[in-house]
Design a protein around this ligand. Sequence first.
Ligand SMILES: [Zn+2]
Length: 487
Amino acid sequence: MSYYLKYRPQRVDELDLTDVRDNLLGVLKGGNLSHAYLFVGPRGSGKTSAARILAAAVNCEENDGSRIKSGMTKLGEPCGKCKVCKGIKVGNQVDVLEMDAASHRGIDDIRNLKERIRLAPVNLKKKVYIIDEVHMLTKEAFNALLKVLEEPPKHVMFFLCTTEEHKVPETIISRCTKIAFTKAIKKEVESALQKVIKGEKLKIDKEAVGLLAESVDGSFREGHKLLEQLAVDGKKITKQEVEKMLGLAGGDDVVELLKMSLEGRSKEIGKRLGELEKKGVSAGSLLGDLLRGLQGMIRAPHQTVQGDKVRLAGLLIESAEKLKVSPLPFLPIELALLEIGLREGKQPVSKVVIKEMKKEVLKQVQNDEKISKGNNILSLSKIEEEWGKLLDRLSEKNRSVAGLLRSSKPKVADGNSLTVEVFYEFHKSQLEQDSKRLLIEQAAEELWGPMVLRCVLGDKQHKPSVSVDRVIEVDDYVKAAEDVFGS
Ligand SMILES: [Zn+2]
């Protein structure tokens, strides 16, 4: 079982988002639950986990159902031990239906919603519908849902979850109790990671945990995923390993490269860049680090001669544009670093200055820019996670282009360029046609912002196929949808 599932909070007081936790504890204390909640917030912030906990709290055999109706007494946390709680935890309670609106958004899916919902729960006190990505429902589906929300049967509760509230009709929103899930702050992600570290008895540096927490853009799910990857070989996890996995150049590499450039040590620059490239550091994130490092140097109090640094900053900024079009992404950076060194009469940078630079750079690198790194790093995993959505969108626009892309897979995301791996020359030439490429870029932009598409030919052995997980997931959704909407 993945860390994310294994360490999913099971009680309201275990929720990692402080505001949501306090809010929902208040709901339990009041014992006065609404029949419909709208959970709004970014992916990985724990919306469906919270919905499951409330579904368990309401139905737990240890919690007296009469309390819910009276609204007078406290409703406790789910006990976690009775068969209802256990069933909800593993997702096999027939009265708690979890479904993804993204895959079931059509009129056929919702036709029987009203009739189905009238039926009493089979085992539990309340029938609970958890609808994820609810904004994906069609207009007709929303209308059907609205009818139910207007006159909800007493035995039904809804948890509508969405990452895009603005796409949910106002009429629906106004009939729900809204709870905002914010992006987790570093401390909250850290505390979630610490539970796993303790539970799995992982050995990890404090700095490594901090860096991980900063790099996941407030997503608990992403944090758990990265930690799981790092824990694979059972060795102690260091900050360097985290940097390596995230494709970040370490603070030392950044300082060294800047020093080499300013001292004109041309040969060493190429060698060091080659090493970083081999380690999988992305050119985009390295460039960002170099610029931040330089900014730190320029702002450092004991720096007097700034000419070279300012010039280098200018050259690096120019290289950002070239990086987007260069077939060798490290080359523009290398040229910028070399150009400064080509001037005559270079003096080694003094030890005092180096110490100061290093302090400033490390401070910069560690403190305020991890967020932007996080975004960069997240992009490929986010793209992989949302690849299905891109295909869905494309299918609506052009089925054959969607079909072409279906047999490819995302490989590298660097800044705003996306490289996909295709497995047949024919697919590659098709996808590279301007009209098709633009269509894909447009759909990708709707999801992830402006993006330039590139194709590379990959080994046919790595061709994507429908995985077992995927099949199970689809079956689950079909079953859930049939239960909710009738088949
Ligand atoms: Zn229970």
